[in-house]
Design a protein around this ligand. Structure first.
Ligand code: C2E
Ligand code: CA
Ligand code: CA
Length: 294
């Protein structure tokens, strides 16, 4: 089995504590392990029973407050454990070899959502989908995206793929190839979590990108932190020079939105505007916003 042995986990926990700590398989550890094992084994049922749900969070024009796009964020509505966050179950999806399946699932949901937006006469906005690193080496991704778009009569230019720098570096040749194919179809590419991990400024020029999302770690202490403001300022001026669209993630306070506007960051995402929510709720809000008339 691909599940780590219980003893390995105990050892890992012991190592992460003070040196010399004896590895004790305490109750908490066993519960942890059992939960993970149960969740991993339940993934196929999760798919077949429709327990995975795609929620959507708005991307907002910080000046006009208009919703200009949505990000698709996966949730697992487990019959016993309730709604489980991706941070917990995505590693299990990956380990059980289900990354491609999950990505198709989200892609299909996003295309259906775009079809519904169009049917409701809403303005055309883009939906962003998160790609796990393994999907950048998946040679069928671009063709599947094209086919899914065709099936739901959606323009591929309404889809954006969010990738991280780590996934670019692991396999530069195949990642570049996949990105080129996706862009040829009209889809756009966003670099997620920028500023964390490798954050090499050279990547911004080297890979075919349209958008950069500044990680929420840099937004959290703005406007208090002069350092974080300086970092965002540098990213903003570089993005301007390279013709990349910038998005600030994790905007929770009005002062943060204000600081971003002042630095020329036009787009933002965060709890100040909307939390991720089921499509029905998003559709209602969009309809209300449209109804107020601009
Ligand atoms: P991410 O791509 O960076 O997504 C943004 C995360 O920040 C989401 O967490 C969102 O709920 C959260 N967030 C949004 N606004 C705020 C804010 O104002 N404050 C704070 N504190 N958080 C905010 P979520 O939904 O738990 O997703 C976590 C991560 O899981 C995502 O990070 C992404 O890496 C991954 N993920 C989510 N859905 C998918 C998916 O469908 N496929 C793949 N491969 N990964 C996904
Ligand atoms: Ca993302
Ligand atoms: Ca992010």
């Amino acid at each position: 089995s691909h599940l780590p042995a219980l003893a390995d986990i105990a050892l890992y926990h012991a190592k992460s504590k003070a040196p010399g700590t004896v590895a004790v398989l305490d109750e908490e550890l066993q519960r942890d392990y059992r939960r993970r094992r149960d969740l991993e084994l339940a993934i196929p049922t999760g798919f077949s029973e429709g327990q995975f749900e795609v929620w959507y969070q708005s991307q907002v024009d910080l000046v006009t407050q208009d919703v200009i796009g949505l990000e698709a964020l996966i949730r697992w509505r487990h019959p016993e454990h309730g709604v489980i966050s991706p941070g917990e179950f995505l590693p299990l999806v990956e380990r059980s070899g289900n990354n491609a399946r999950l990505t198709r699932y989200v892609l299909t949901d996003a295309c259906r959502a775009l079809q519904r937006l169009a049917a409701a006469g809403m303005p055309q906005i883009r939906i962003a989908i998160n790609l796990p690193p393994s999907e950048l080496a998946d040679h069928s991704l671009a063709a599947d995206l094209r086919d899914t778009c065709e099936r739901y009569a959606v323009a591929p230019s309404l889809l954006e793929l969010e990738i991280t720098e780590g996934s670019l570096i692991n396999n530069i040749a195949s990642a570049s190839d996949t990105l080129r194919r996706l862009r040829r179809l009209g889809a756009t590419i966003a670099l997620d979590d920028f500023g964390t991990g490798y954050s090499s400024l050279a990547h911004l020029r080297r890979f075919p990108l349209d958008k950069v999302k500044i990680d929420k770690a840099f937004i959290r202490e703005i406007p208090e932190s002069a350092e974080d403001k300086a970092i965002v300022g540098v990213i903003a001026s570089l993005a301007g020079t390279l013709g990349l669209t910038l998005v600030a993630e994790g905007i929770e306070r009005a002062e943060q939105a204000q600081a971003m506007r002042e630095m020329g960051v036009r787009l933002g995402q965060g709890f100040l505007y909307h939390k991720p929510q089921p499509l029905e709720a998003v559709l209602r809000q969009l309809a209300e916003a449209g109804g107020n008339g601009d």
